[in-house]
Design a protein around this ligand. Structure first.
Ligand SMILES: CC(C)(COP(=O)(O)OP(=O)(O)OC[C@H]1O[C@@H](n2cnc3c(N)ncnc32)[C@H](O)[C@@H]1OP(=O)(O)O)[C@@H](O)C(=O)NCCC(=O)NCCS
Length: 157
């Protein structure tokens, strides 16, 4: 997890992050971001992956731009509750480039995902965050999230 970002007057004075829906042309910067997150990939593989994701209407993918450059991405999906009526959104991926930390791109991306979820009848939003990502916990708590469970994982096949 990157160190806590330094918020300087210069950073504050620069353009606000602009969030838009991702397209296949974003495959290269998204591949770089996903690689930085710890999952090495390349533009070609990411383009194929994004094509499958874009074909699934329960998913949405956003990118954040600062000064016209893609500096972050977020991916989310919708799912249905068993324990009550309705559906929820799940933030599946979120990453901002190291060089652009602390300039609001992460918060803008989460805001876009929340808005998309609410517009698609999601009553709640969930996310998984690895225990090694300690600073991410502070980030999410700043945005109003709270820890509500433990994730279990097991390889299949
Ligand atoms: C977590 C992450 C997306 C935050 O992105 P960011 O663009 O730097 O965050 P923002 O600038 O929008 O910050 C939003 C708020 O969170 C706070 N925050 C951001 N990073 C923080 C950190 N490392 N520690 C403490 N607080 C932090 C900011 O101070 C800000 O609060 P403020 O508006 O009250 O000042 C980014 O650090 C990242 O990509 N980390 C690596 C990948 C990762 O951990 N992803 C989450 C996986 S679940």
């Amino acid at each position: 997890m990157p160190r806590r970002p330094q918020r300087t007057g210069t950073a504050r004075a620069s353009a606000r992050a602009k969030v838009r829906t991702a397209t296949l042309s974003d495959a290269k910067p998204i591949a770089g971001l996903v690689t930085a997150l710890g999952y090495p990939t390349n533009a070609t593989d990411m383009k194929a992956r994004l094509a499958s994701i874009f074909a699934d209407p329960t998913y949405a993918t956003f990118v954040a731009e600062l000064d016209g450059e893609v500096v972050g991405m977020a991916g989310a999906c919708l799912a249905r509750f068993y324990e009550k009526p309705g559906r929820y959104a799940r933030l599946v991926a979120l990453v901002v480039s190291e060089a652009s930390l602390g300039r609001g791109a992460g918060a803008a991306l989460v805001g876009a995902v929340e808005k998309w979820g609410a517009n698609n009848d999601a009553g709640e939003i969930f996310l998984n965050s690895g225990v090694q990502r300690e600073a991410a916990r502070e980030f999410y708590e700043r945005l109003g999230y709270r820890v509500s469970g433990v994730r279990f994982t097991k390889e299949l096949g």
